[in-house]
Design a protein around this ligand. Structure first.
Ligand SMILES: Nc1ncnc2c1ncn2[C@@H]1O[C@H](COP(=O)(O)OP(=O)(O)O)[C@@H](O)[C@H]1O
Ligand SMILES: [Mg+2]
Length: 270
């Protein structure tokens, strides 16, 4: 009797391996006539599958550096980075990157640029035939399939870059101030597009920005870096409901409260 009761008791669900595990990561850059410049001093951060994490911090605090370390482009002076349980050395194939400046190939059209991502992912020609036009519609680039990057606005170029990233189909997206060079309105529109896509096809995202409101508006979690050498001074869960209305949300007391807290975290001396 006792045994059968025991058997019926639901087993706790196994905790899934986080997509990213950063453990006590130290990054220091050698300098010719000075001790190494310590940029990250013992950062630990887990990102779960499908989680949208924003990283905010002062300029020069090491936000780009942590992304480069996560994709294996920098060798740690201490600690470790694991992606899907494996220590990273070279950029792992499941990771996709997006920067502030679009990295489109200027001699290729929008469709051809997106196809680069699809080819890299090993997508079959047959699947490309349906997936690429679907991405173009999703990103509202219809009518510009055959345009070259120089014929596009900044916002459209970033949308095409996002298209290429999505065609590559990474399970982890590292985004380094991807909308930082865009005007305010375009930035809001891009944030909306990103959320629409992310809500449809969840993947883990680490989104670096210096824009606190953008971080809170988009993410599940906001991690706050101190000035260099970066430590994590706060890690907030953003409990705003989804799907989010990026305009209405700005008046929400929870939104205002959280952005105020982050402002005061950043004002603290390092
Ligand atoms: N390859 C490098 N060699 C030397 N110093 C670097 C290198 N990359 C970044 N740094 C320094 O590390 C610090 C953090 O840079 P970064 O991660 O780009 O900051 P953030 O993205 O937060 O603005 C800065 O002081 C920068 O000058
Ligand atoms: Mg940066």
């Amino acid at each position: 009797m006792a045994m059968s009761q025991l058997a019926e008791k639901p087993m706790p669900a196994p905790t899934p391996e986080p997509r990213v595990r950063v453990e006590n990561l130290r990054i220091a850059f050698p300098r010719p006539d000075a001790p190494p410049l310590e940029v990250l001093s013992g950062i630990s951060l887990d990102v779960a599958d499908g989680e949208f994490v924003a990283v905010v911090g002062p300029s020069g605090s090491g936000k780009s550096t942590i992304l480069r370390a996560i994709c294996g482009l920098l060798k740690p002076a201490g600690g470790e980075v694991r992606v899907d349980g494996r220590p990273v050395s070279d950029p792992p194939p499941e990771v996709g990157f997006m920067f502030q400046k679009d990295a489109l190939l200027p001699w290729l059209t929008v469709t051809q640029n997106i196809r680069v991502g699809a080819e890299l992912s090993g997508m079959s020609k047959a699947e490309q035939e349906t997936r690429i036009p679907a991405l173009i519609r999703l990103l509202r680039l219809d009518g510009f399939e055959d345009a070259y990057p120089k014929q596009l606005s900044g916002g459209m170029r970033q949308r095409a870059s996002l298209g290429r990233l999505l065609a590559y189909n990474p399970s982890l997206m590292l985004m380094d101030e991807p909308f930082g060079a865009l005007d305010y309105q375009t930035k809001i529109v891009m944030g909306r597009e990103l959320l629409r896509i992310w809500e449809a096809e969840r993947r883990a995202i680490i989104f670096v920005t210096h824009d606190i409101e953008e971080a809170v508006a988009l993410a599940d979690r906001v991690v706050v870096f101190s000035a260099r050498p970066a430590r994590i001074v706060a890690d907030y869960r953003v409990d705003l409901p989804r799907p989010r209305d990026l305009r209405a949300m700005r008046g929400d007391p929870a939104f205002v409260h959280l952005t105020e807290s982050i402002w005061s975290d950043l004002a603290l001396p390092a």
